[in-house]
Design a protein around this ligand. Structure first.
Ligand SMILES: C[S@@+](CC[C@H](N)C(=O)[O-])C[C@H]1O[C@@H](n2cnc3c(N)ncnc32)[C@H](O)[C@@H]1O
Length: 225
């Protein structure tokens, strides 16, 4: 159990995610695990109410311990993705530290989140380009992204909002999104392309492999800055 009321230190990735949470909003931290982000959002006073949510009881218990000093401002929910929330219960939604496919599945399973009033903060652990492509196709606009490193890895912290305008993004957009021009963008871009190629090697022949092939081809043909 925590004994100090000091808010936890956030690494660059979680600090960037916290910065996109609107002050005064009710926020849901989906996949809260250790609970550091939930605790920071409640303990710093940024959010009057935080839903700390996780699929598994073990992580949720960790979050309860981390958030203990601010227990009056944190509600814990056990379950998958956004199923633990009623529409409108939280306006800002953070989904951090999961693979892109899990993030897509979570959003797809909650049709109510396809609505411009929700402020989404997404931090994919893998396949950033596939998430950008999915977001564009499904009518979500990337408002902003923050490129950062944590524990030696590159992360793109994405701030997205539903607009209903579906688009077919270019390869370069999928690869870089709004990270273009930020410090380290060139290294990040090359690394993401390498990771996507590696992912492709593990795919069985089929529509997913064909789609990734097409995306990689486009990324390589696009004129990089
Ligand atoms: C790697 S941790 C990330 C923790 C924290 N969000 C971060 O970014 O540091 C991933 C957490 O997501 C949870 N998780 C995985 N799938 C989930 C789902 N469908 N719904 C809710 N939580 C999920 C796991 O149980 C785990 O606690």
């Amino acid at each position: 159990m925590r004994t100090s009321n000091a808010v936890p230190h956030l690494d660059a990735r979680l600090a960037a995610a916290a910065a996109y949470v609107r002050p005064g909003s009710t926020v849901a931290d989906i996949g809260c695990d250790h609970g550091k982000l939930s605790a920071w959002l409640a303990g710093s006073g940024r959010c009057p109410l935080v839903f700390a949510c996780d699929l598994r009881e073990g992580p949720l218990q960790k979050a309860r311990e981390t958030c203990a000093p601010w227990a009056d401002r944190v509600v814990f929910r056990l379950g998958s993705g956004l199923k633990v929330l009623a529409p409108g219960e939280a306006q800002d939604i953070v989904i951090a530290g999961m693979g892109a496919e899990t993030i897509m599945e979570i959003l797809d399973a909650a049709p109510w989140v396809f609505d411009g009033r929700y402020n989404l903060i997404l931090v994919p652990a893998t396949k950033h380009s596939l998430l950008r492509r999915w977001l564009a196709r499904r009518g979500f606009a990337l408002q902003s992204e923050t490129l950062c490193t944590a524990a030696g890895r590159w992360y793109a912290v994405m701030n997205a909002r539903y607009t209903g305008i579906c688009a077919e993004p270019t390869g370069l957009w999928c690869l870089s999104g709004k990270t273009e021009g930020q410090p380290g963008a060139g290294i990040y871009r090359a690394q993401q392309l390498g990771k996507l190629k590696k992912y492709r090697l593990g795919l069985a022949p089929g529509p997913e492999a064909d789609g990734v092939d097409a995306l990689i081809r486009e990324m390589e043909e696009d004129k990089w800055p």
